[in-house]
Design a protein around this ligand. Structure first.
Ligand code: HEM
Length: 145
């Protein structure tokens, strides 16, 4: 990996590790819209808001570039494989971030919604959720900790 990409990856990693550590300070609601989801992810803590403002645009950019991460997680492999069929609209708000993520392809819509549930798991359980592969569409989501 070239040094610039390596530097970006290290930065992105430090941001999502910190988000996982601070998962208790994050609120999140997801609603299904035509072709995907709308998520509202917020915090009352300014540090966490700054992390969200960094993380979500950075992940959008990585998706556009095909700059993968979690290569061992089949859900993330699938979303990056389908990245040309994913649209993401991001609104940064004072208390967090609102995302609309959609696709014209029905199978990609299911991947987007499965990813939305994966983020729900990160918010609910932090690192304990992040060390496991994310449930694929149709797979049960864990409810216990
Ligand atoms: C508490 C921890 C985390 C929070 C609050 C969070 C938040 C978000 C949000 C709000 C989105 C936009 C999509 C959506 O709302 O469903 C997103 C997308 C994304 N996140 Fe995170 N995230 C967390 C952890 C992680 C981790 C651990 C990784 C990877 C190691 C990661 C990688 C990504 C990627 C690749 C995307 C873009 C892919 C897509 O949305 O389809 N996130 N994240």
């Amino acid at each position: 990996m070239n040094p610039e990409l390596q530097r970006r990856h290290q930065h992105d990693q430090s941001v999502f590790h910190r988000l996982l550590e601070r998962h208790d300070a994050i609120q999140r609601t997801v609603t299904h819209i035509d072709g995907g989801l709308r998520s509202v992810t917020t915090s009352r803590d300014p540090e966490v808001v700054r992390l969200l403002h960094d993380h979500v645009p950075a992940m959008h950019r990585r998706l556009q570039e095909g700059f993968r991460l979690r290569r061992w997680d089949p859900l993330y492999v699938a979303i990056f494989d389908q990245r040309h069929r994913v649209s993401m609209d991001i609104e940064l708000r004072a208390d967090g971030v609102v995302v609309e993520e959609t696709s014209d392809d029905a199978e990609v819509v299911e991947l987007i919604r499965a990813h939305g549930r994966a983020v729900d798991g990160f918010v609910a359980r932090g690192q304990a959720a992040a060390v496991r592969p994310s449930p694929m569409p149709g797979e049960a989501t864990e409810i216990s900790s």
